[in-house]
Design a protein around this ligand. Structure first.
Ligand code: AMP
Ligand code: ZN
Length: 509
């Protein structure tokens, strides 16, 4: 029934049949967030896209090891070798330890991922936790002849690499084209060639995050962490590597060069890149002032200027958001994201979200009706064909908008049977329920926010408010109140879990 999965591979620029190296195991690596500020809706789009890829591979029966890193060192402001380390700079501005910055935004990131109902990755490694692996990789690249030391920093010799390898294999750009379009950057006098990039960067006196290395005190270059951590957890060549397409020309180009220099083999068989979320046609970006935070979307209000935290449960909100007429629930936003294929641009707008809200409600209403439908001895629509079309869409490079269109066809059938215009047998009704359950909840990762469905009985925003009240009670040492809240939630089927990263909850039905 499930058919063959086809994936658009950035390397070949074609759709290819997916063949894992060592089935049923699949290695999946996705570049994670740089935790120096809150994730915006653009970042969320990319992570939601990979969530359905992970979910579908799992549904097909693969045993997926999903690695998504946390960048907590080495990512400089200019996205290449210029400027200050993003985390160190934020630490200086917020007068905090760099690791406080990392912790604060990692907790916020997890909370947002949880609200959007993303499954956690199998491993979430940090750059700072893998310094020795990165130093070893730099040593190997030097030994292979493609790395050289200069004033305590180590650079990758791109021109030398290009004599034997295709440096632009993933971007499709020639060396001449890249040379023509590259500005002179910081540390240029230390480099042999203009395209050379840093593997290890000597720490300036004011740089706080630093480690000892054979080349003196310094810190790793941003591209190196993903090569080191993907090799460590998935092997020298693994199945799938993903990220936003903005990472292709530099970050992923350099990741490939580093791994080839060390292992003499391409590191990845299938590269998947998500397209950008835009606002009025412009990429949503932390460096531009056009980013929208999840908490702003959920509430329709702007984050207050003096809000110390933007984490949804702790944010202080200010005025109405100029781009939003109202707030939209996390599942409406997830549905909005999935209504466009991951490889197309997705333009954010209040009107598009309003349309998604209506569509999502229509789908949820149909699911709520399923248990109330009367069966008959004949089915008028072809339910088996509907299931086939849903699989065909997912197999066609994870085509979520086409899956949603098929679920709307299912919705039409449900409403039609409910109105008495069509009939359905008990067996076909069971199949229809299975289709809705599998594709809506399991694969697209949506939850029925109003009734429970496969997900939550209580809206997330309400749950966060209740948990906040419980946290307040605990701070005031009012333990009888905090226990009462926990016990009452348990009666409603909600289990509260207090962990290192704060309080979370799950619906136990
Ligand atoms: P960063 O924290 O900036 O390293 O980004 C984390 C992930 O979000 C990367 O895979 C980026 O490619 C992706 N990303 C950043 N901006 C956008 C956007 N506007 N739309 C979609 N993905 C994005
Ligand atoms: Zn990466």
């Amino acid at each position: 029934m499930q058919g063959e999965l086809h994936i658009h591979n950035t390397l070949s620029r074609k759709k290819e049949i997916f063949k894992p190296i060592n089935p049923p195991y699949v290695g999946l690596y996705v570049c994670g967030p740089t935790v120096y500020s809150d994730v915006h809706l653009g970042n969320c789009r990319t992570f939601i896209s990979f969530d359905i890829i992970y979910r579908y591979l799992d549904h097909l029966g693969y045993k997926v090891r999903y690695v998504r890193n946390i960048t907590d060192a080495g990512h400089l402001e200019g996205d290449s070798d210029i400027g200050e380390d993003k985390i160190s700079k934020k630490a200086r501005l917020e007068q905090m330890e760099p690791m406080e910055i990392v912790q604060k935004y990692t907790v916020g990131f997890h909370e947002v991922m949880n609200m959007f109902n993303l499954l956690p990755p199998s491993i979430e490694p940090t750059a700072t936790g893998h310094i020795s692996e990165q130093i070893e990789m730099v040593k190997e690249i030097i030994a292979s002849g493609f790395g050289y030391e200069s004033n305590g920093s180590v650079y990758f010799d791109v021109e030398k690499f290009s004599r034997e390898n295709n440096y632009g294999v993933i971007s499709g750009r020639t060396l001449d084209d890249q040379l023509e379009n590259t500005r002179d950057l910081d540390g240029q006098d230390e480099k042999r060639g203009r395209l050379d990039f840093a593997l290890w960067i000597a720490a300036k006196p004011e740089h706080i995050m630093r480690w000892p290395s054979p080349w003196g005190w310094g810190f790793p270059g941003w591209h190196l962490e993903c090569s080191a951590m993907s090799t460590k957890y998935l092997g020298q060549t693994f199945d799938i590597h993903g990220g936003g397409m903005d990472l292709i020309p530099t970050h992923h180009t350099n990741e490939i060069a580093q791994s080839v220099a060390c292992n003499h083999a391409p590191p990845v068989n299938y590269w998947i890149h998500t397209n950008m979320l835009t606002v009025n046609g412009v990429k949503m970006s932390k460096s531009l002032d056009n980013w929208i935070l999840p908490v702003e979307l959920f509430t329709g209000r702007q984050l207050a200027k003096d809000s110390p935290l933007a984490t949804p449960s702790q944010a202080i909100l200010g005025d109405k958001h100029p781009l939003l007429e109202k707030g939209f629930s996390p599942m409406t936003v997830r549905f909005f994201v999935l209504q466009t294929h991951y490889s197309s641009t997705l333009d954010f707008s209040n009107s598009a979200l309003t349309a998604s809200e209506k569509g999502f409600q229509r789908l949820m209403n149909a699911i709520n009706l399923l248990d109330k439908l009367k069966t008959s001895d004949k089915t008028t629509s072809d339910i088996a064909a509907l299931e086939k079309s849903c699989y065909a869409a997912m197999n066609d490079d994870f085509n979520s908008p086409v899956v949603i269109a098929q679920l709307f066809e299912g919705t039409r059938i449900v409403n039609s049977v409910n109105d008495g215009h069509e009939t359905i047998t008990a067996a076909d009704l069971a199949l229809l329920k299975k289709i809705f359950h599998t594709f809506t909840y399991e694969i697209l990762g949506l939850k029925n926010e109003s009734t429970g469905g496969s997900g939550n009985a209580l809206p997330e925003s309400l749950m966060q408010l209740i948990l906040r009240m419980r946290a307040d009670a605990r701070t005031k040492k009012d333990f009888s109140m905090s226990d009462l809240i926990r016990d009452e939630l348990a009666k409603a089927g909600v289990e509260v879990k207090d962990g290192k990263e704060g309080t979370s909850w799950i619906y136990k039905g």
